[in-house]
Design a protein around this ligand. Structure first.
Ligand code: UD1
Length: 417
């Protein structure tokens, strides 16, 4: 298991570029299976989740070439094989093979996906959607066998606007006869990114990015070409780091609308920044005000930035309240934050109180999940002395070139085995 060693309290300046979005890329790769041709995905992030997806796709006989930050995926000779558990549990997004393989072969066999342990994370909404399109789902322990004689487009209402379920049903709907309408769909940018790839393959899709998406099933898709959107969570993480340690730190390649909830919140609590096209310049704020944060579906405050901003609020003067409404178990990082000197307390299951400002001190901590690990990384950057984060592989699942990017702007950080 790798460790992240950080020598804290270094001012950060210069420029850093945001990579392609993990949560888009992990859906775009399985989506490439839909076209029986060579598709190209540009701006793919260098993260371990992508490596595992490539392993699964090669097992299915996809031919994948790397060219700079692009992946050229040839799906012409895909073989529909059961996906073994040791691969599918490596990440949550392996569930997108359900929708993609169901669309192309009307059959898929896979184990329950993995991912960060931040709550129960069932996939009932995905499965209900497949069933509504005409599939049968058999579950044997952890193994899912989904089959259909044919899929027929239908109006499907999601009980919750789940990102994963919206994308998965959209993928399956490509293989259905007629029109599928997803009501109460998720509106996150990842959905728009996947829809634009499918549209490029010739699929008719209306309304991606709104609560109602219409997909017309289509056979014989063309090759698809797509750019992965910039990662809004990586953007938000570096913006938070800039608000704590920046000296005119310039973060390039952001889409302002994707991080708007964070930017407005930061403005509210006294952080100053300047946006110029797709770049933001930000410096340390010495007088951060406390606030109330409630995580919501897009365009609300992203749950994936809740743990990183908790670290920032340990430096605000007064009491902040953080309400997590998407996941049941997303405050695990606070145990180690408190160990570093923070004053946080879970008031109820989904409400956290943060009292600041508290100086943080480097110590040995453990990353329990990806964004919780990011919150400890930020804590290590502002702490006095040395912080050692164990199990840092979970952080590398979502932040490409982490050591290189942070070192280039002046951080003292090292990853060791
Ligand atoms: C995706 C992101 C994750 C992000 C989350 C919310 C990926 C690979 N991961 O996760 O980083 O935190 O969106 O923005 O893109 N739910 C159900 N039944 C379902 C599906 C979801 O009850 O069938 C619940 C979940 O347990 C959770 C909530 O709905 O409480 C949101 O989940 P969802 O939007 O599906 O998130 P993911 O797609 O898993």
């Amino acid at each position: 298991m790798s460790k992240l060693i950080i020598e804290g309290q270094n001012t950060l300046s210069g420029e850093v570029k945001i990579s392609g979005a993990k949560n888009s890329a992990v859906a775009l790769l399985p989506a490439a299976i839909l076209a029986k041709k060579k598709s190209v995905i540009y701006n793919v992030p260098e993260i371990s989740d992508i490596d595992y997806l490539i392993e699964i796709m090669e097992l299915l006989n996809c031919k994948i070439e790397h060219k700079d930050d692009a992946l050229i995926i040839d799906s012409s000779s895909v073989v529909n094989k059961p996906i073994p558990e040791e691969l599918s549990i490596q990440m949550r997004a392996s569930y997108y093979f359900m929708g993609a393989l169901l669309a192309r072969y009307k059959k898929v066999e896979i184990s329950f996906p993995g991912g960060c342990s931040i709550g129960a994370r069932p996939i009932d909404i995905h499965l209900k959607g497949f069933e509504e399109l005409g599939a049968t789902v058999e579950i044997n322990k952890n193994r899912y066998k989904i089959t259909a004689d044919k899929l027929i487009g239908k109006k499907i209402y999601l009980d919750f606007p789940s990102v994963g379920a919206t994308i998965n049903i959209m993928l399956a709907a490509v293989g259905a006869k007629g029109t599928t309408i997803i009501e109460n769909a998720a509106m996150e940018p990842e959905i728009v990114n996947v829809a634009s790839f499918l549209i490029n393959m010739g699929v008719k899709i209306l309304g991606a990015g709104t609560k109602r998406i219409e997909i017309e099933g289509k056979e014989d898709l063309d090759r698809g070409v797509v750019d992965v959107f910039p990662d809004r969570i990586e953007s938000g993480t570096y913006i938070i780091i800039g608000a704590l340690l920046g000296d005119n730190l310039r973060i390039n390649g952001i889409i302002k609308e994707h991080v708007e909830a964070l930017l407005l919140k930061l403005k509210d609590i006294g952080v100053k920044y300047n946006i110029d096209g797709d770049s933001i310049t930000i410096s340390k704020c010495n007088n951060i005000k406390p606030t109330h944060i409630k995580t919501l579906i897009f365009p609300g405050f992203a749950t994936d930035l809740q743990q990183p901003i908790t670290t920032l609020l340990t430096q605000a003067k007064g009491k902040s309240i953080i309400e997590e409404t998407i996941y049941e178990n997303r405050f695990k990082n606070t145990i180690d934050l408190n160990k570093m000197g923070a004053n946080t307390r879970i008031i109820t299951n989904n409400k956290l109180e943060v009292i600041g400002p508290t100086p943080l001190k480097g110590t040995k901590v453990n990353a329990t999940d990806l964004r919780g690990g990011a919150s400890l990384l930020i804590a290590g950057l502002i702490a006095q002395g040395e912080t050692v984060i164990d199990n840092c592989d979970v952080i590398l699942r979502g932040y490409g070139f982490l050591e290189e990017k942070l070192t280039s702007i002046g951080a003292k950080i090292k990853i060791t085995e």
